[in-house]
Design a protein around this ligand. Structure first.
Ligand code: KIV
Length: 281
């Protein structure tokens, strides 16, 4: 370096720092947390700038694989899609949903499978469904370095016990159970809890009373953040839209139109045109 040159400190333009689990935890009562589901790298890339976290939900079984519940999702599916979402994003915290049967048996089984998911995907945290019965497992995981997001209220993995998908907390006994579950999971060390499909006042009361961030889906704007299944929110399914979903786009309609235009041009031999062909000027 020449002696008369002015020393310029150029800030390193390194990769964006990802939102961390403590960042999310610190948002209690603050600006609402924005999250959506993602299962693939291209979708993660689109959603990443807008979301604080991306959830690789086990809803992927229904959304991507056409299963009629989330129960058929395997650990390999969660790992492959989780890794794709981590690769496709650089800013949002990535959280992977543990599939049915991979964590309910014992804290040890849960630890083995959650650790494998974290190691093989690079995700920052995992999500498990359940209330008081899962509290011991949540404590076991958190004490051993696995950040846990809980999930209470409507628990899709328990659809066969509950007898279907419906809102919870409409009567006192049910409301008391959801509250007890949320408190048990928060006290066990979860950094956040998804509250799904519960009546508005109950979600508001839980959010007020527990010290961890709540993420609502069909649980009112009182929660500390919101999540939706992206394909629901963007109108990629046309058959059924649950009451709690707002469609922010009509992607299925757009795709239907694009496919029809493509088919028309292929049949008319107007696609590919000269500009799409090699060796033509
Ligand atoms: O599987 C999932 O996508 C979920 C959320 C929608 C909360 O659990």
């Amino acid at each position: 370096m020449s002696t008369n040159s002015t020393l310029k400190i150029v800030p390193k333009s390194g990769p964006t720092r990802r939102v961390s689990v403590p960042d999310l935890a610190a948002r209690k009562g603050g600006e609402p947390i924005v999250s959506l589901t993602a299962y693939t790298a291209p979708m993660a890339k689109i959603l990443d700038p807008h979301c604080d976290f991306l959830l690789v939900g086990d809803s992927l079984g229904m959304v991507l694989y056409g299963l009629d519940s989330t129960l058929g999702v395997t650990l390999d599916m969660a790992i492959n899609h989780g890794a794709a979402v981590v690769r496709g994003s650089s800013r949002a915290c990535v959280i992977v949903d543990m599939p049915f049967g991979t964590y309910q048996e014992s804290p040890e089984q849960a630890y083995r499978n959650c650790a494998q998911v974290m190691i093989e995907t690079g995700c920052a945290a995992i999500k498990i469904e359940g209330g008081t019965e899962m509290a011991e497992t949540v404590r076991f995981l958190v004490e051993r370095g696995i950040p846990v997001m809980g999930h209470v209220g409507l628990k899709p993995q328990s659809v066969n016990v509950a007898g279907g998908y419906r809102a919870h907390g409409r009567n006192q006994d049910e409301a008391a159970k959801v509250k007890k579950d949320a408190h048990a999971i928060a006290d066990a060390g979860a950094f956040s809890i998804v509250i799904e499909g519960v009546v508005e006042h109950l979600a508001a009361e839980i959010t007020r009373d527990i010290h961890v961030v709540t993420i609502g889906i069909g649980a009112s704007a009182a929660c500390d953040g919101q999540i939706l299944v992206t394909e629901d929110a963007f109108g990629m399914f046309t058959d059924f839209t649950p009451r709690f979903v707002k469609r922010f786009a009509e992607i299925a309609e757009e795709m239907d139109k694009a496919a029809a235009d493509y088919a028309k041009e292929v049949k008319a031999r107007t696609f590919p045109a000269d500009e799409h062909c090699y060796g033509k000027k």
